[in-house]
Design a protein around this ligand. Structure first.
Ligand SMILES: Cc1cc2nc3c(=O)[nH]c(=O)nc-3n(C[C@H](O)[C@H](O)[C@H](O)COP(=O)(O)O)c2cc1C
Length: 306
């Protein structure tokens, strides 16, 4: 019996639960050379700003046990360039597309969202990256306070499509941040962005990543952090759809996030090691389901809760 892979994130129906994680597969159809993007749940593109942004100086990547640290700093050419130059070829692959936006000020989110209002219907949702450093709060993140989450979620309403708010695991009370997103109109939350970390160069006796403030840890090392985040938020807010992300490297990791309460799962760092990883993970998820007598992936969602 074939496994029914379909799932829903709020009002958005998806043909499968696996998606790219923002920032790990470019802004366009880059991964299309390696896999059928139309077979995925969605392609979530790298977070964009209303205007071009240079990102951080190198070095901005370091490998760590079980993962990697990055301080790419949201380099990109902005929403206008994306709409005109990158989105058309991505949509032409048949992919379901989710845009992602960020800003250093609340007003930046509104500017980017307003520009996205004109996007074609194939852009089914907007992921609101609340978990990037912002200048307004002197390098803190919007996702570090319920007020910051509320403000950027409301500002992103201008896109006129479902908002998935991407939150940070670097907080004491993640369910409170998810509740703030939900109250401000989010259809879903994406959990989690990277975990703050640092690597020090012993010879130079300085942090490896330029800027000296560390970076975001991703990969298998953070998978249990993501599972707990999804579990806690699903327990507190069972009606709020969750997109789970963090250290998914195989089908079993995806099953774990679904059981914790995610309705869909994103893959980031694993795609750097193998650009075909998402297709493999989706196939492994399907195989796991058929071996365990699970006829539909949606049966797994929240299954670890009593
Ligand atoms: C190099 C790199 C760039 C990233 N850029 C973004 C980004 O632009 N927007 C965003 O919301 N998350 C970004 N992330 C975070 C990922 O989307 C994801 O939340 C995180 O890496 C955890 O998933 P993983 O362990 O599967 O990589 C980035 C991660 C990496 C490694």
């Amino acid at each position: 019996m074939p496994v029914d892979l379909r799932t829903r994130v709020g009002t958005v129906g998806l043909r499968a639960p696996l998606m790219t994680a923002s920032g790990t597969s470019g802004h366009g159809d880059e991964l299309g050379a390696y896999l059928d993007l139309a077979a995925l749940g969605a392609v979530v593109v790298k977070s964009m700003r209303h205007e071009p942004w240079p990102g951080n100086p190198p070095p901005r990547i370091a490998t760590t046990p079980g993962g990697m640290l990055n301080s790419v700093g949201l380099q990109g050419r902005g929403v206008e360039h994306w709409l005109a130059e990158e989105l058309p070829s991505l949509l032409a692959t048949g992919a379901t597309v989710v845009a992602s936006i960020w800003g250093t000020e609340v007003a930046d989110y509104e500017r980017a969202a307003t520009m996205l209002a004109a996007a074609p219907a194939g852009v089914v949702a907007v992921e609101v990256n609340a978990s990037c450093p912002n200048h307004h709060q002197r390098g803190d993140m919007f996702a570090h306070s319920a007020e910051g989450v509320r403000a950027v979620t409301e500002a992103a309403a201008a896109a006129g499509r479902p908002r998935w708010v991407k939150l940070s695991p670097n907080v004491t009370d993640l369910p409170a941040m998810a509740a703030a997103a939900q109250a401000a109109g989010a259809e879903a939350v994406t959990l989690v962005n990277t975990v703050m970390g640092m690597v020090i160069d012993l010879e130079a006796r300085r942090p490896v990543l330029a800027g000296g403030r560390g970076g975001g840890l991703s990969g298998p090392a953070i998978h249990p952090v993501a599972v707990r985040a999804v579990y806690d938020v699903h327990a507190a807010l069972p009606e709020l759809p969750i997109v789970g992300v963090g250290g998914v490297a195989g089908g079993a990791d995806a099953v774990e996030l679904l059981l914790a309460g995610a309705s869909a799962v994103q893959v980031g760092t694993a795609s750097f090691a193998d650009p075909r990883a998402i297709a493999r993970i989706q196939a492994e998820l399907e195989l796991w389901c058929s071996r365990h007598g699970v006829g539909a992936v949606s049966e797994l969602i929240g299954g670890a809760h009593a």
